[in-house]
Design a binder for this molecule. Structure first.
Ligand code: ATP
Ligand code: MG
Length: 611
């Protein structure tokens, strides 16, 4: 390709809505062009990158035994009614009507269509297992489309779905996909971590996400939208890794001097004391000179179906709402408002608590029977189980109980894990329980999921087993954000001058730059090398523009081609200047002889996934 004919326009200014590096650079270098929020055109250079990522994905999926197909994006609502998702999906599902007033959706994912395909075509266990995949656009009306290609409303996904006659077979395929995913990301130049992830309200199912860790990015430019919890052993091996929505930690009473509140000495018996203006944990700690873990805090939530509940959790922890939603099997959850706390409990924020409802040390009357219907309306996190002589509110504004403890009946109730893991908590893996957990940020580039029979049961997609009995398919699904992978590579590999594409997904691997196109020697040598490179199978761009050398170098750096060969003044001596994008130094090499072998070797020495 000749640069003079290339459809690309680099910008001098970064678009004002571009917060993170990949969005800034892809827009500035003319790879993407915004049409509307979260919707982009891919220019020819970007398309080349996306095709390279797609081809790597395709190659590894095919090697793993999966078969490519292509399903419709435009899908009738009826199909979505069958799975129940038409009602459940919410606003992220883009819905439209055709001329006959029939409702349709633009697919955010393809479980319904693939399950209907399997239902119609797979009849016997003998036809299983099967893994089918496609690479195409997906549509999601994201609440916050941002970060360019990282979170679009229209984006490219590889989605695969496998069908099995038994769980063991699904688990084998799951492992095969996990391996394929690791290989795909590595070939794209990205070292990813496979983390345990939340499987949503279905519960029970196993799923993992592939994360590109971005914790070392500067504040304000954090492109990773997930918190990843991990523990490493002394040799830097990842012992545990989980999305914070799923992460667990081992509970231990804090090993700190004076773990019990010194003030307790004064209060041998539970005592209700005045705690004016202490409407937060911090203020309460300051007022009583205690620490957050001396406090049992109580939070009131309301579910999307209007169920009210209280959560008790140790004062130094936050509630992980994903865990709570899964427990309650609800889609949405919110905290009660100040007005609701007043109406329901006659209290104020900071003083919610049920010390005397029979759960704690006293068993007085239940203050508000309409609110606390039964013990299940109070959910107790494991973190409060071991509390002794703690502080707790009792819905009495400006007062707290001190020296409280749970009675035996309360301790016999279930305690659950709904807390958000904190940095420094202990690793939940038995043999590594001494390791402290760390938290970093990550971009989710892929997700694998043991679906089980969720869709096959709902949509009555059955096969006949060995005994001729009808059984629902056991399914797995596996996604990769192809466009997100490309943007993630830019997040991972860029510098102040521009992009550093990993060679395997670069739009062109080599750019040949005649420093002065008016110079006949330079121009002729550049032309010759360009033709030789093409003949040798290189993906090469010739910057034949009549521009100053500095401008061409800037563009080459911004656009991020892995190799640059400059044909400059030394062309008369038969020398060219070779520079690899990630190295500071360039080198002069003879233009004749084995130049292209040397370029190949230079490129092979750069494996971004290892750096
Ligand atoms: P997220 O949590 O980031 O919203 P998700 O878990 O909802 O993603 P999946 O349904 O698992 O996404 O989709 C499979 C893959 O598609 C993801 O791992 C991600 O790489 C990619 N992806 C999902 N949503 C988007 C988006 N809005 N823009 C670009 N890529 C996306
Ligand atoms: Mg996901």
């Amino acid at each position: 390709m000749r640069f003079s004919q290339l459809f690309v326009q680099t910008l001098r200014e970064t678009p004002s809505d571009a917060e993170v590096a990949s969005h800034q650079l892809l827009a500035r270098a003319g790879y993407i062009m915004k049409l509307a929020s979260g919707i982009y055109s891919y220019t020819p250079l970007m398309l080349r990158v996306l095709q390279k990522v797609s081809n790597i994905v395709r190659d590894e999926m095919n090697k793993a035994g999966a078969q490519e197909l292509l399903m419709p994006i435009l899908q009738p609502a009826d199909l979505w009614e069958e799975s129940g998702r038409w009602a459940l999906y919410g606003k992220e599902l883009l819905r439209l009507k055709d001329r006959h007033d029939r409702e349709l959706a633009l697919a955010p994912t393809h479980e319904e269509v693939i399950t209907s395909l399997a239902r119609a075509n797979l009849k016997s266990y003998k036809q299983l297992p099967v893994n089918l995949y496609q690479i195409q656009n997906k549509y999601r009306d994201e609440p916050r489309p941002r970060f360019g290609l990282l979170r679009g409303r229209e984006f490219i996904m590889k989605d695969a779905y496998s069908f099995h006659s038994n769980q063991a077979c699904l688990e084998r395929e799951y492992d095969v996909m996990a391996e394929a995913y690791t290989a795909i990301f590595e070939r794209c130049g990205l070292k990813t971590v496979m983390v345990r992830s939340d499987s949503g309200a279905i519960g029970g199912a196993v799923s993992h996400e592939f994360m590109l860790l971005t914790g070392n990015q500067p504040e304000g430019q954090q492109s990773g939208e997930n918190d990843v919890v991990f523990a490493e052993d002394e040799n830097g091996n990842m012992i545990y890794a989980a999305n914070i929505e799923k992460a667990e930690s081992r509970l231990e009473r804090p090993v700190i001097d004076g773990a019990e509140w010194h003030g307790f000495q004064k209060y041998k018996e539970p005592t209700l004391i005045d705690t004016p203006k202490t409407d937060s944990i911090d203020k309460l700690c300051e007022f009583l000179d205690c620490l957050p873990w001396h406090i049992c805090k109580t939070l009131v939530y309301v579910t999307d179906t209007g169920h009210k509940l209280a959560v008790m959790i140790r004062g130094d922890y936050e509630v992980e709402e994903t865990k709570l939603k899964n427990l309650l099997k609800c889609n949405e959850l919110r905290m009660a408002t100040e007005a609701e706390l007043h109406d329901w409990l006659g209290t104020k924020k900071g003083f919610v608590g049920f010390a005397s409802d029979g759960l704690c040390f006293k068993s007085d009357d239940i203050r508000n029977p309409a609110f606390i219907l039964d013990a299940t309306s109070i959910i107790m996190d494991e973190s409060v189980r071991h509390l002794k002589h703690f502080l707790i509110a009792d819905n009495v504004p400006h007062k707290h109980w001190v020296g409280a403890h749970f009675n035996d009946a309360t301790l016999a109730l279930p305690f659950v894990d709904i807390r958000k893991v904190k940095e420094g908590d202990l690793c939940p893996v038995q043999d590594y329980k001494h390791l402290p957990l760390k938290i970093t940020r990550g971009i989710e580039v892929g997700n694998i999921f043991q679906l089980g029979t969720k869709y096959s049961e709902a949509m009555k997609a059955m096969f006949a087993d060995e005994n001729g009995t009808e059984q629902p398919f056991i399914m797995g699904c596996y996604g990769i954000g192809v466009s997100r992978v490309a943007a993630s590579a830019v997040e991972r590999f860029h510098d102040a001058d521009g992009i550093l594409w990993p060679p395997a997904i670069a739009p062109y691997t080599l750019v040949i730059v005649p420093a002065n196109t008016k110079d006949e020697v330079q121009s002729a040598l550049a032309e010759r090398l360009y033709k030789e490179a093409l003949a040798a199978g290189w993906e090469v761009l010739l910057d034949d523009r009549d521009q100053r050398a500095g401008v061409k170098f800037k563009d080459a750096d911004l656009l991020g081609f892995p190799l640059r060969v400059t044909v400059g003044k030394k062309a008369v001596e038969g020398l060219v200047e070779v520079k690899r994008r990630d190295l500071k130094e360039s080198q002069d090499l003879p233009a004749d002889g084995d130049l292209f072998d040397k370029l190949k070797a230079l490129l092979a020495g750069w494996n971004p996934a290892l750096s």
